[in-house]
Design a binder for this molecule. Sequence first.
Ligand code: SF4
Ligand code: SF4
Ligand code: SF4
Length: 494
Amino acid sequence: MCVKTKNEAVEISQKEVLDRFLEKHMLYCTVCDYNNGDCEIHNTIDEWGVQHQTYEYKKKPYDKDYGPFYRYDPNQCILCGRCVEACQDVEVNETIRIDWESEHPRVICDNDVPINESSYVSCGQCATVCPCNAMMEVNMEGNLGYLTDTEPGSLTAMIDIIKKSEPGYGTLLAASDSEAEIRKEIINKTKSVCTYCGVSCSFEVWTKDREILKVQPSHDSPANKIASCVKGKFSWGHINSDQRLTKPLVRKEGAFHEVEWEEVLQVIANHFTKIKAQYGPDSLSFISSSKATNEESYLMQKLSRQVIGTNNVDNCSRYCQAPATIGLIRTVGIGGDAGGIIDLEKAAMTVLIGTNTAEAHPVIASRMKRAQKLYGQKSHVFDIRKHEMAERADEFYQPKPGTDLAWLSVVTKYIIDNDLYDKAFIDEWVDDYYKSLKPFTMTFAEETTGIPKERLIRFAYEVAKAESVAICWAMGITQQDIGSDSSTAISNLL
Ligand code: SF4
Ligand code: SF4
Ligand code: SF4
């Protein structure tokens, strides 16, 4: 099949589509917060040299709908459906759709309730993919241009007067292009990485002075592409919060007092020097936060090793990761993941153990939700909590707290006992492991975990027969007192 993308018929259709878009979208680029060089409607009109629209703009009988982080303006919405696609099939939060039955169709949440009363999760992908100013971050509104905070009534009157006196859109677009250029001097776009969780989504952060206007993921973001979650996209209110500590506090006579940085650095240096002189360098230890950058953690170990002279340096991520690392080193010799995000998407079956992925690592959860919805990926969830991933799973098991080692070992033993395993691999690489599984009978597992043995047997068959399996586990395993052993058992099952 040959698809022609450029000929007269195609151009007529494209023009007709653009005209129909403009029937739903009022053009006021010069005073629009979205006029920043990347508005797809503006750029298309510019490129095609459109001077007039064929159909007159028709206002719809709706007001803007505001959520805490983004707002929807039905009167600018061209009904392209991108936000719906993002919500339904990319993020798979399944909150918004277009009400095509209505006389005046618009994007609605759930069964047509306001954003604030809906099941929205504020991942923000609808605002990220919207090609114009219809679905937009609240912080953008009135903040991007020199006249964009004009009161709406005056703004509309001004737009009408300008449009009537103009022979075509050319002059208006040229003026708005100049305005977009000028904005570049006041709007900064800085590449950054989200530190809320280990997915490491990256974004461009738009700022004006100290205000964050929006956080924009892009296709070249390695971990997340255009995806985001509420934490990375919107959780930055603390930056300018008046409750934020911006000066160090030192306790004097039982109460904290604000001091200057010079003073507090001297206090810390004095304390460290005194402790080191009295008790030796190993009496001090340094723990770097997982929210710190690699560079900051690097400097922390320099301070620890070279300035103080101790190897007592660590990172708080080890608290939650160490048991998984130990389990992997014991079994496969290296404490790192065996695959990447893409493998989670492509696996025929996922097994989630002790991880509330939809809340802890939402962008990863969306990839799995998408694989389940669109490509039939099977999902089995073992957790003491019935969270979103459990609700969506093909099978959900609720073992008694801290008993995962029992069912993992029993399922592994069952697979070996019933010849469902890769014998050649086990003979070559595994020594006496099987002997350690002797006490793990189905009856023992049922009594210990509370999961009926029939279900465990079914799970054993499914996991053994699946074309490819990815297992994810998190704090529900690693923060058990036997987290290292449970992690080892997971790796052994695989
Ligand atoms: S959304 Fe785009 S086309 Fe519409 S007014 Fe703003 S800049 Fe112009
Ligand atoms: S992506 Fe924007 S313009 Fe398209 S339907 Fe959604 S809100 Fe409307
Ligand atoms: S999934 Fe959310 S919290 Fe984690 S890195 Fe991405 S945006 Fe940040």
